[in-house]
Ligand binder design. Structure first.
Ligand code: FAD
Length: 571
C-alpha cells in the first residue's frame, strides 16, 4: 500500500496537469470558435483568439511577436505543488523549453521548488500573438543592411542575438569618412561591451528570415501570410483587422490590441497619424562583388558631390553601395540616364580600390532604388491599436538607425505590457500606452535628429553655410579623440542622449566659428560666424521642434513618464 502512495500522487498530478492543459487549450479553442463572430469586447476572438495582432513581419513586427510571445515573467507559469512524497522528487514536468531560460536566469528556483515537494510546472506561453505578413518569402531589398551596435544590444536584450549568426553577417567596427581626398577613420567605442557587440552588415532578407523563424518557433506565435487591407473599428476602438489570404479570400482577425508594423509604405497609418512624409532623396543601390574595402570591417562614407555615397560589406564576398540622389526624382534606369549619372558623376569620386567593382556593378545592370523617407512620430491615440516601426516614425537612412529605433521601441513596449494580465479594457490600455511615446524618446529622438542633421550637413545643399558647418564637423572628426568617439557612439545608438547630441553639434559649430575668428577676428570672420551660427540653428531647431522639445529634453515632466499599469489591467 505504502508503495502506491507516490504512484497515486503522480496519477493525481498527471490528471491536474492534463486539466490545466485542457484549460489552456480551451482559451485558444474559445477564441477560435468566436473567430467568425463579432467581437464582444471582452472576449478575445479572431483566428485562434489572439491577445495581440501584429501587422507585418519585418524587423519590428517579427521582433515584437517574439518579445510578446515569449514567456517573460514567472507569473506566466501555472505551478502546482503537491505534498512531499516518500522518495525525493527529482523533476517537475516541464512543458515548454522556454521555462529552462527562466530557470537558468534564476527567476524560478527549480531546486527550492523540487526540494519542498513534487513540483509540476505547466508553462503558459507568453501572449498569443498572431502575425499577418504580406509575403513570408525571404525579402530581397536594399534596406536595413547595417545593424548598429545599439541595435545589436537590443537583440541581446530581446534574446534575439543569434539572428545575426549563420547569415554570413560581417562585423562593422567603425566608419571611414572620405572628403576631397582626405579621410577620417572613426572607431566605434565598443571596448566596454561584450565581444559580440558590434555593428553588423548582412543581407536584409536573411536577417528577417532569422527573426521570423525565431518568432514562429514559439507556440504562442502564429505567423500567417496575408495582406491586411483595413482595420476593424467599432465605436472608435480598433478590434482587429481585415486581411486577404494568399488565395485571395477575405478574412477577419480580432484581438484586444493590434500593432501595425507595415513599414515605410504603410497603407494603414493614414487613419492613425497625421505626420507628413518627407522624401529628400533616393538611395540607388548596387552590389559590388569580390572587392576589398580600403579599411576592412569599416563602413565607408564618401562625402561626394552632389551627395553621399556609402559602401559596406553585407557578406564575405559582397559590398553594398548606396548612392544618394537628391530630389524627388531619380534618373531613369530604363533609358540609360542612371548608368550615365553613375559613371560620369559618381564613379570619379569613388575610392580607387572600389572603382572597377563599382563600374562592373553598373554594367551588370542590377540597379535598385528606394526613397529615403523621413517622418516625425505623431500618432493619434486610438484605443485598440498602436503604430510602430517605419509605419510610425522614419529618419533619413544615411546613418542606418531605423532598425535600432524599431528594436528599441519593441523593448519599451514589451516592458510596458509585461505587468499587464488583461488587454481588454481598450480605453485604460490606450491611456497607459501614452507612456510609450514618452519612454521611447531618448533613443528615437537622438537617432532621428542625428540622421536628419547629418543629411543636412553632408547631403546635397545649395546653402554654402551648411557646407561650411559640414567642413567644420569633418575637421573635428579628423582630430580623432573624444569628439570622434562621441560621434560614433551617437551614430551607433550607444549614447541615447538628445542633449548630448545637441552639445556635440554645438562643439562642431564652435570649432567652425573659432576657425573663422582666430587668431584675430575680422569683419569677414564675424560675418561668416554669424552665417554659420544661423545655418546651424536652421538645421537643429526644426529637428528639435519636430521631435517635440519637451518630450525630447524634459520627458520626466510628463505624467505618462511615471504612469503605473492600471489596476484593472493587472488582474
Ligand atoms: C534605402 C534604405 C536603406 C536603409 N538602411 C538601413 C540600415 O542600414 N540600417 C538600419 O537600421 N535601417 C536602415 N533603413 C531603415 C530600415 O530599413 C527600417 O527602419 C526598417 O526596415 C523598419 O522596419 P519595419 O519592421 O518597421 O518595416 P519593414 O522592415 O519595412 O517591414 C514591414 C513589413 O510589413 C509587411 N507589410 C506591409 N504591408 C502589409 C500589409 N498590408 N499586410 C501585411 N503585411 C504588410 C511587409 O511585407 C514587411 O515585411 C534603411 C531604409 C532605406 C529606405
Amino acid at each position: 500500500m505504502e508503495g502506491m502512495y507516490p504512484l497515486g500522487v503522480i496519477a493525481a498530478a498527471s490528471i491536474l496537469a492534463f486539466l490545466l492543459l485542457v484549460r489552456i487549450h480551451g482559451r485558444w479553442g474559445k477564441g477560435r470558435k468566436a473567430a467568425g463572430k463579432r467581437d464582444s469586447g471582452r472576449v478575445a476572438a479572431g483566428f485562434g483568439g489572439a491577445d495581440v495582432i501584429v501587422v507585418g513581419a519585418g524587423v519590428t513586427g517579427s521582433a515584437l511577436a517574439y518579445a510578446l510571445g515569449k514567456v517573460t515573467s514567472p507569473s506566466s507559469f501555472f505551478a502546482i505543488k503537491l505534498p512531499v512524497v516518500s522518495r525525493p522528487a527529482k523533476t517537475g514536468f516541464l512543458v515548454d523549453a522556454n521555462v529552462t531560460t527562466h530557470l537558468d536566469k534564476g527567476k524560478v528556483n527549480r531546486n527550492r521548488n523540487v526540494q519542498s515537494g513534487f513540483m509540476i510546472l505547466i508553462v503558459q506561453d507568453g501572449r498569443r500573438v498572431h502575425v499577418v505578413e504580406r509575403d513570408l518569402a525571404e525579402p530581397d531589398r536594399i534596406v536595413g543592411e547595417v545593424l548598429q551596435p545599439g541595435g545589436c544590444l537590443n537583440l541581446f536584450e530581446l534574446g534575439l542575438e543569434d539572428c545575426v549568426d549563420e547569415i554570413d553577417a560581417q562585423r562593422v567596427l567603425g566608419y571611414v569618412l572620405h572628403k576631397n581626398g582626405r579621410s577620417a577613420k572613426l572607431s566605434l567605442p565598443l571596448e566596454k561591451y561584450h565581444v559580440d557587440v558590434a555593428a553588423r552588415g548582412f543581407h536584409h532578407g536573411r536577417f528577417i528570415q532569422r527573426l521570423r523563424e525565431k518568432a514562429a518557433s514559439l507556440s504562442s506565435v502564429q505567423l500567417k501570410q496575408g495582406t491586411v487591407t483595413s482595420l476593424i473599428k467599432e465605436d472608435g476602438i480598433v478590434k482587429g483587422v481585415v486581411y486577404k489570404t494568399k488565395s485571395g479570400k477575405e478574412s477577419k482577425a480580432f484581438a484586444p490590441l493590434t500593432i501595425v508594423c507595415d513599414g515605410s509604405f504603410s497603407n494603414l497609418r493614414h487613419t492613425l497619424c497625421s505626420s507628413e512624409v518627407d522624401v529628400p532623396s533616393y538611395f540607388v543601390g548596387l552590389l559590388l562583388e569580390d572587392c576589398q574595402l580600403p579599411f576592412p570591417n569599416h563602413a565607408h562614407v564618401i562625402l561626394a558631390e552632389p551627395s553621399i555615397v556609402l559602401f559596406y560589406s553585407i557578406s564575405s564576398t559582397e559590398t553594398r553601395c548606396l548612392v544618394d540622389v537628391p530630389g524627388q526624382k531619380v534618373p531613369s534606369i530604363a533609358n540609360g540616364e542612371m548608368e550615365n549619372y553613375l559613371k560620369t558623376l559618381v564613379a570619379p569620386q569613388v575610392p580607387t580600390e572600389l572603382h572597377d567593382a563599382f563600374v562592373a556593378a553598373i554594367d551588370k545592370g542590377n540597379i535598385r532604388t528606394m526613397p529615403c523617407k523621413s517622418m516625425p512620430a505623431d500618432a493619434h491615440l486610438t484605443p485598440g491599436v498602436l503604430l510602430m516601426g517605419d509605419a510610425f516614425n522614419m529618419r533619413h537612412p544615411l546613418t542606418g538607425g531605423g532598425m535600432t529605433v524599431g528594436l528599441s521601441d519593441v523593448i519599451v513596449l514589451r516592458n510596458l505590457l509585461r505587468p499587464l494580465h488583461d488587454l481588454h479594457d481598450a480605453a485604460a490600455l490606450c491611456k497607459y500606452l501614452e507612456s510609450f511615446y514618452i519612454l521611447r524618446k531618448p533613443v528615437a529622438s537622438t537617432m532621428n535628429m542625428l540622421a536628419d542633421a547629418f543629411y543636412k550637413l553632408f547631403g546635397a545643399s545649395s546653402d554654402e553655410a551648411r557646407k561650411e558647418i559640414g567642413q567644420a564637423y569633418f575637421n573635428c572628426l579628423s582630430l580623432g579623440g573624444g569628439f570622434s568617439s562621441d560621434s560614433t557612439a551617437l551614430i551607433g545608438g550607444l549614447n541615447a542622449s538628445p542633449l548630448h547630441l545637441v552639445i556635440h553639434f554645438l562643439v562642431a559649430v564652435t570649432h567652425g566659428v573659432g576657425h573663422l575668428l582666430l587668431p584675430i577676428p575680422s569683419v569677414g570672420g564675424l560675418r561668416g560666424s554669424a552665417r554659420l551660427i544661423s545655418a546651424a540653428a536652421r538645421i537643429v531647431l526644426p529637428l528639435m521642434k519636430a521631435e517635440g522639445v519637451r518630450q525630447t529634453f524634459f520627458p520626466a515632466t510628463f505624467p505618462a513618464y511615471y504612469r503605473d499599469p492600471p489596476a484593472q489591467l493587472k488582474q
